[in-house]
Ligand binder design. Sequence first.
Ligand SMILES: [Zn+2]
Length: 729
Amino acid sequence: MAGMATRRDFLKTAAMAAAAATTSDAAPPAAVAPDPLFDRPMRWAQLTLVENDPGSYDLQFWLDYFQRTHSDAATLSAGGCVAYYPTKVPLHYRSQWMKDTDPFGDLVRGCRKLGMTILARTDPHAARQDVYDAHPDWIAVDAQGNKRRHGSMPELWLTCALGPYNFEFMTEVTREIVTRYQVDGVFSNRWAGSGMCYCEHCTRNFKAATGLDLPRSNDPQNPSRKAYIEWHQQRLFELWDVWDKAIREANPKARFVANSGGGALSELNMRTMGEKASILFADRQARSGLTPSWANGKNGKEYRAGMGNKPIGGIFSVGVEEAYRWKDSVQSEPEIRLWALDGIANGLRPWFTKFSGVLHDKRWLPVVERVYTWHWRNERYLRNTEPLARVAMVYSQQTAHYYGGASARQRVEDHTTGYYQALIEARIPFEMVHDEMMEPERLAPFRVLVLPNIAALSERQCGQIRDFVRRGGGLVATYETSLYNERGARRANFGLSDLFGASYANGVDTRMMNSYLRLETGADGKRHPLLRGLESAERIINGVSRLHTTPDAAYKNPPLTLIPSYPDLPMEEVFPRVEKTDIPEVYVREAGGGRVAYFPWDIDRVFWEVLSVDHGKLLRNAVDWAANEPRPVSVSGPGVLDVTVWRQKDSMTVHLVNLTNPMMMKGPLREFIPLPAQEVAVRVPAGSKVRAVKLLVAGGSPRVRETGGEVRLTVPSIVDHEVVAIDLG
Ligand SMILES: [Zn+2]
């Protein structure tokens, strides 16, 4: 078997493919080297002071803790809502406890002695009565025209993010902080406002920019809402530029760091953010409600889609992050560890955050110290240069904004989370790709694209996907993928109809009850590989919502056909009225050089809701079949593992994060459930020689068998995680 090609080989192939491609009109993205100032730190510490900390918190305790945890960067409270330094900016409220001291300055000096990179933290979202009295127009206004009080602390006011409070007042604050302390950047929390603002500035500026009144409707097809979605982002990116300029005038190396970003449901365009930012932080501090334990890693993938190889931190809190906001609480050790470790496995640099310099519960201190010390000892295997995953799941902010609207969580994100869960269960390493970043160079590392109901796609994006398949790439798509244009207007047919081998037949069953899929045998008497693991099944459950589709004339022998709904009550009437149809419920075909599987129903969303084992197998098999190559890493053994695979300068790593737990889908974890032995097979990059194999958690070197470009080994047990590190020559 041929060894895995390196990313450089892929890039070369891609460059040739790009030269041959006809539909790609974008200039190839320039390779951006990370800014060394922000690429150096591997472990971040955040101390957010509370107003009464000055005079009572122990500065030396924190500096010692930063040192003990080998934290090489810090984010420290400076100003905005409360100033922790002797500010001269009028109306910039100083901590009433700091008197004539300079708590921020003391922290900066201490951290600088430790050689740490330093970000000043600002938070502009709330202001006091004196600000209101002096500048009532700086305060956010609701749809009824009332100035908005702060929800948690009603004596404060919410500020307008898009008017002079941020553009003028906070620019002065930002300039003062950087001028005075020469910090490496300013990290602004809650800088993007607190929802819609109908103040005089927003009303006037929106009218001037678009000719429209601010929207009163959430419907993304409402012209005013549609315009607002764009204008709001433009305005925030303008603010980003204003602050970044003020920062650089005061310290040319320093940068603005926005606390923004995320996946499909996030507001600001991740492509633009990735272009502007030197570093970003995924701010998902812990689980709340029903959140699976892989959610921090998902954020890592989403940010990386925009950031490429620029550094990304993963902010984790040590406390309970439920709606009731127990900000001084402490989570269980396994919960803190697993959240941080899954982020690390997915390329995030850990950042712990603590509010209040005075600690009311110290149990988290050794927990974070143990994670950070392990991270520091193994740093050279954690300084990744590229992921080696061959599967990429596309996410689409435009689909969430213009097709999902107020229901984006169900209509968009639930499809993604369903497919995400299926890939975790299948132990397939994968990345995520932003739908506006599908140039051939960016897709070159990947063998399969997964489009979980990526409904809104432009003609150009459809062309990029078509080119990808023409170059030999595999495609798995579900439900309404490409049935809408990039602004959410319905097409007559799928934009990718030619690839699917199916046309939209202008109808949808939105809530099917008691419908099934018949598993068919091909003309050769065999079943399609898509049905692997379902050998003894004649039929399995269908989804809930299906599109009516018409196959191309050439499509014969679909592996899955529809058994239509029949009564589910009274029980005497529960028998199929139609035993068999020829209506395809999956389209599989070879197109150009690649393989395409298209499900015209909501398989991924239903998987998230129902978690049917059979649907999980279909989702897994579709990816394996479309890839048409061995996986870069296979791991066999019982349990649920998040598997990621990375390249570093002189090595590669495979992270195995043990998610097996009764609290996997809802925290907090009570304990780890250790996994028994796992057999691991890793494809070695072509032309590389394996010099040594180590287990970075259990320690030592396992016995290794090398055959046909693969390294095989047994990982004896996994408590929370294991990292297989392979030194390459
Ligand atoms: Zn406003």
